[in-house]
Design a protein. Sequence first.
Length: 289
Amino acid sequence: MIINRRNFFKAMGATAVALSIGKEASASAGEILQNDDELNGMLYDNTKCIACHGCEYDCAEAHGLEYPDIPENPPIRKTNEAQLTVVNTYETSKGPMHVKVQCMHCNQPACDAACLTQAMHKMEDGPVVWREDKCMGCRYCMISCPFDIPKFEYQSTNPRIMKCDLCYERQKEGEMPACAYNCPQEALLFGKRRDLIKEARKRIHEEPEKYIDYIYGEYEAGGTSWMYLSGAPFEELGFKTNIQKSSYPGLTKGFISSIAPVDILLPAALLGIYEATKSRTNHSTEEEE
């Protein structure tokens, strides 16, 4: 392929536009983070959960997936492309305890920051959703997620990135997520993040012997829209307790802002120079022959 002077600078311009779009996207994510208390979220109280697995069936129905085949005594499971949430049971120092697993809907998601096309996107009201029409299939969202949640449909001819979307379509219709709507023990509470934190602290204060004095998700990864109360230590329930408290995208903010645009554009510039030089060399060789 021959790259002339016009095509070279056209490519450079396109790269600059892409970079400016990226900066605007980062600013939008920052605005959302500043208003994280206004986000919709979920509080899961495992002292109320009876592991009926109804939320797994309700999730499947709400997202048009096949009902899961759950054995009588299921092993510890992870979410996958066909099952967006699972409930596991652990033997703990406080006896058997249950844990619902799904996307944590981080306030400033690493998957959103890593996505080159904003296919994985944090909505203004809380849910982190995947937008098929924007996805280019790079799967950076899978690599970047500290909770190992997004899954890829490897067996599909038209693969998607699959994860809990906090029933965003239901929320747009004024309804709560399906799992919370049908939970028979009210182990799942849907509402504004600030109200959920207040309720969690109220429960801990009123029954300190019942709960671990900690709200998982209040600060993990910069805070999440999905939070947990537990009657047993979180490290005994499969939780990642080494998750940093600051957001993962925040780690790179200072680094990226310190890089001059010329440094970011350098690879494209070198490629253009190489292609132009190669074309000129080939043309000279042909004339000599």
